[in-house]
Design a protein around this ligand. Structure first.
Ligand code: AMP
Length: 388
């Protein structure tokens, strides 16, 4: 019998899971259910990343979780699931740390759906389905917002009437589970600089930056929702709010059209008119694809400049997530704007995705560190389940 912690990352089109051995917190099995809405495929891999089970299943979240738990019950290994840890995008003002999920927690988290309409409902649906099938299962929520509760106050404020701020309309920040992991491993990769001023760029399909001092968040590029800041795969990032007013008044956009535009039709996809996938854009010969990538890098460098100002300097820059870990050309495209700051890349190291990619004599250390959100969730889930 293997005692495991199950980690669930339930997104809008896929569910990812990982099963961590309870004592060692090493991954025993992981996998995903892709294309939840249409022709999903359930895939399980072993600890060596070899696919050991693959099956087409019927669409929908309930069927996806049914497949997962049926597999755990019928697998050759026998599991005892100690607890399930969830990635929950928004904890709002309610939660600044991981928490055990109860009916009251679910009710609180539901109120945050308008602030994360394409993440929070799926996160909560996973919790509800598991609670229905396994009412006694301990479920833990880990929030993408929690890590940023140490931000300086000015970095959290919008310049809007105070009464709205008091209602909770301020900058929460996201990708905090990833930032927490990177902060925890900074010393082993960049030594004493970990305690200095570090800017971490979590650049995947969703993208943000976090300015850290003493491994804590001081400011971050995402705000009230995961729309703000950097240009992303399909989200526009920061935008003149007057554009939205114009679209509403002059172009008669409905709420749904505006929401779709901002979350699903903008960013790399919107500018390239081709794809949100950096790999595909890098291989394309289209000038729009090239411009989309250039704008992506330009906006990231611009944001980084503002975070350097908030920190009053920068000792290191860290790239992480799908694009940050894998695209040498995006890292180069961002760093080319930062020569003034003392950033110079070692091109060989950058192209081969090494951990330290800056030149040895460069003023600013630049590193590539793979993130591991699942591990952070497993660790918190284990800790909280130990005290119940
Ligand atoms: P994530 O959301 O962190 O999974 O990141 C997804 C993004 O990473 C997509 O835009 C992918 O195209 C990009 N990506 C993944 N692998 C590579 C690669 N080898 N080169 C360039 N981009 C990549």
């Amino acid at each position: 019998m293997i005692k495991v912690i199950m980690v669930i990352n339930s997104g809008s089109s896929s569910i990812k899971f990982a099963m961590f051995e309870h004592a060692s917190l090493t991954v025993e099995y992981s996998g995903e259910i892709n294309n939840i809405a249409k022709d999903p495929v359930f895939i399980v891999s072993d600890k060596k990343h070899a696919v050991i089970f693959k099956k087409s299943i019927t669409s929908g979240y309930a069927s996806a979780f049914d497949s997962l738990f049926t597999w755990t019950e019928n697998s050759t290994a026998t599991f005892s699931i100690m607890a399930v840890g969830h990635r929950i995008v928004h904890g709002g003002r309610f939660y600044q740390a991981p928490t055990i999920i109860s009916k009251e927690v679910i009710a609180n988290l539901k109120t945050l759906i308008p602030m994360a309409p394409f993440h929070q409902p799926q996160n909560l649906e996973a919790v509800a389905i598991i609670a229905k099938s396994y009412p006694d299962m301990l479920q833990i929520a880990c929030f993408d917002t929690s890590f940023h509760h140490t931000q300086i106050k000015l970095a959290t404020l919008f310049a809007i009437p105070r009464v709205l701020t008091q209602e909770g309309i301020f900058r929460y920040g996201f990708h905090g589970i990833s930032y927490e992991y990177i902060a925890s491993v900074l010393p082993e990769h960049i030594g004493d600089k970990a305690k200095g001023n570090v800017i971490v760029a979590h650049i995947g399909n969703g993208a943000s930056m976090c300015a850290m001092h003493l491994q804590k968040s001081v400011a971050t590029s995402m705000g009230f929702t995961a729309l703000d800041g950097l240009m992303m795969g399909t989200r526009c990032g920061n935008i003149d709010p007057g554009v939205l007013l114009y679209l509403l008044q002059e172009k008669k956009y409905t709420f749904e059209q505006l929401q779709k535009l901002l979350y699903e039709q903008s960013g790399l996809l919107g500018v390239s008119n081709l794809s949100n996938d950096v790999l595909e854009l890098e291989q394309s010969k289209s000038p729009e694809a090239a411009e989309a990538l250039e704008l992506f890098c330009f906006k990231a460098a611009r944001e980084l400049g503002s975070l350097v100002t908030i920190l009053g300097g920068c000792d290191a820059i860290v790239f992480t997530a799908g694009i940050g870990e894998n695209s040498a050309s995006v890292r180069q495209g961002i760093c080319k704007w930062l020569g003034w700051l003392g950033v110079t890349l070692n091109h060989k190291a950058n192209i081969s995705n090494q951990i330290i990619i800056s030149r040895s004599n460069a003023k600013i250390l630049v590193a590539v560190i793979p993130t591991n959100e699942d591990y952070v969730i497993a660790k918190h889930t284990k800790t909280l389940s130990t005290y119940t």
